[in-house]
Design a protein around this ligand. Structure first.
Ligand code: ADP
Length: 270
């Protein structure tokens, strides 16, 4: 960061003239480093559940004559397999979002429908903890984008709000139309995030408390996906939080993103 990396090539020598081509390599190097880090992180993250599964399989074999133990280990194998499947799903989702034009052709999206679908999907985990989810704010708001990606983003924020709140807590979803922007906020009264951690939670695989994230089935990719969905819509996501008091994640999305973000007409479907 801060250094300009330039690749210099002597392109032509004629008589006493020398043509030198200088190419900015910083961006290319940076992208390459991000890609390499991602592959290393993914391999590391996949190793944990795969290792656990293999260990559990061994243990089941050894405990073959104890049906109760077999049942217990089989249940743990199932939950590890579910974690692995969630992780693979999110890795694929994130790789797709990192490609330009991830928004697809886009359409006018009904924000009420996005919120309703996300709340509906988060309901099972919320009910298990007796967490109440309420929706408020402006209704009838529309924005140009991708319905499914927006549902995924709101769902990830809701899942976190539930996971990092106590039993019987309250989680709110608020929609506000502000000029050319639509604000979508998910508010919780959970454990909160310290100022130092707030800067890092959107990084891939970053967790404040890895043990807690694991226990709640977290993958460490949820907020990274939200960040990409917001960026693909030409917007952003920010966090306000106080440890012990709760967190508010707000997506600010333009009703219509700038032309540069939209797929050119006739571009092939991905
Ligand atoms: P995870 O799958 O671990 O939840 P995320 O990318 O969704 O991964 O979030 C990254 C980390 O940010 C979490 O592990 C958690 O430490 C913290 N975090 C996210 N949302 C909240 C929240 N609503 N309240 C408190 N901490 C949160």
């Amino acid at each position: 960061r801060g250094t300009l990396l330039v690749q210099v090539r002597v392109a032509q020598v004629s008589g006493r003239h020398l043509v030198v081509l200088a190419e900015d390599m910083t961006q290319a190097r940076r992208l390459e480093a991000i890609r390499r880090d991602f592959v290393v992180n993914v391999s590391h993250e996949l190793k944990t559940p795969v290792g656990a599964l293999s260990l559990l399989a061994e243990t089941v074999q050894e405990a073959a004559d104890d049906p109760e133990a077999v049942r217990r280990f089989a249940a743990r194998m199932q939950s590890e397999a579910q974690r692995l499947s969630a992780l693979v799903h999110e890795i694929i989702e994130l790789s797709r979002l990192q490609v330009a034009g991830a928004l697809g052709p886009g359409a006018m999206v009904d924000v009420d429908a996005v919120v309703a679908e996300a709340v509906d999907r988060a309901r099972t985990t919320a009910a298990a903890k007796h967490v109440r989810i309420s929706v408020g704010g402006d209704t009838g708001v529309q924005l140009f984008g991708n319905h499914d990606l927006l549902v995924t983003a709101v769902r990830n924020l809701l899942d976190n709000a539930v996971a990092y709140s106590g039993e019987a807590a309250h989680v709110g979803v608020g929609v506000r139309a502000r000029g050319d922007l639509v604000e979508l906020a998910v508010v919780d009264e959970g454990i909160g995030i310290s100022a130092a951690e707030q800067e890092r939670v959107f990084e891939r695989f970053y967790r404040v408390d890895p043990a807690r994230s694991r226990a709640t089935g977290g993958t460490g990719l949820g907020l990274s996906i939200v960040k990409h969905v917001a960026a693909d819509h030409g917007g952003e996501v920010t966090v306000w939080s106080q440890p012990g008091r709760g967190s508010t994640f707000t997506m600010r999305l333009p009703r219509v993103p700038s032309a540069a973000l939209l797929e050119p007409p006739g571009a092939p479907d991905q």
